[in-house]
Design a protein around this ligand. Sequence first.
Ligand code: SF4
Length: 470
Amino acid sequence: LQEISKIRRSSLTIAPEAGLQRLRDIINKDISEEEIFRSLEIAAKNGWCRAKLYFMIGLPLENDDDVLSIADLAYRIKGFLKDITRNFDLVISISNFVPKPFTPFQWVGQNSISELFRKQNMLRKKFLKRKIRFKFHSVYQSAIEAVFSRGDFAISKILQNAVYQDTIYDAWSEFFDFNKWQNIFKNSDIDIKDYASRDYKLEEQLPWDFIDMGVNKDFLKKEYMNAVDGKQSPSCDQNSCRNCGVCDFKDIKNIFAENTRAQKLIKIKSETKEFKKYQIVFSKKKHGVLYFAIELHRIFSYILNISGIMLKFSEGFNPAPKINYLFPLPVRLEGEDEILLFISEGIDNVIDKVVRLNDIAPLGIKIKDIKKNIHKNISNVIVVYKLRADEMRLVREKMAQNKAHYERRNRNNIIKKINMFDYIVDIKGDNIILKFTDAGGFNFLEFFSFWNYNKIELGIVRERILICGG
Ligand code: SF4
């Protein structure tokens, strides 16, 4: 903490998971109350002013004292920090236990929805009384997570129906609609609690038993029994192998990190003299439409790094790779020749790199080419969209009525009209050619949604982007 504080003091996150040591031992969370206080003390004394503490409720073998102890611990921490600094922002984040396959608690059902709400309410009262800032994870979302975590073949039907019901954004809480999910389960004759809350017997065949994850089931049973007895198991990073089954100690064994990636990058940065500018041309189709701009940014920094391309990083406290996805497509739209710019050390064998990148790129992303980027000005581009006949019909109809626009509300709640005529260059057959600048572009998704044309599958494809600047 003292070392980190020399460069960057963002929010500190500690995950005690449980309020009492008894429960932390049961779940094998090797962190003591003393360590939590000590870490926060060092943080506060070294200039940190914000921390998040993660806890979980509904844990196996939990009782009401365990739940309430979270608020007690938070209250004591708050008082402790107040004695060190006046301005420490503490947030308590509470999630709900979701049983996961291949863990010692895979047999234990999730608390019922009403039980989780009861526990949340108990805590809420205490938090409010003691003026502690808190956040709860949605109980309904946790129930659905538990179903998919422990699901068997029958759940594939639910997934399929969920896609037809347009639930593809439900991982984002603002889009999550539990009523919709309840109907989907009801229509498939599947009860959420049969999957989420059911306790399995230790000798029972589990839906995921046919998958070999390396960890053997007897080991998990032993760990579960240790948990029931309140016994902690030592961590295998301290030379105490418990024979979980993962390592064969020939090809698979624990390897401890030598140099961190950050250290390596600092070394590369100081040794490298020359970087070059490149463009990646890629397509984003089928599953690829689900990636939003930040995710694609992340994906490309991973795959470029794995492929051995030495990216240039920005300077400062929070170095980031020099990557720029040009005029990112919104989620749900396909792109044929998308452009991502990056700066890296010189690339010798482009063809090999393209093959390697395609080996590791996720489904729906295909790298087509890497070429030198000769453009200094990338703020003006020509984009070519291809639309399906029915979509094109609507565009032409709105153009004829002088209504080829949509409205967008900005942060100050002011409505702005975005007019296609401000962007349009030409229309040829089923292609619309537009000009985008750094002042923004035209969003077809918003256009169709504005005119209530909400089809699950859209036929809009961005076919090309041409950089106009020299
Ligand atoms: S050292 Fe390997 S086999 Fe032993 S407990 Fe750890 S992961 Fe399992």
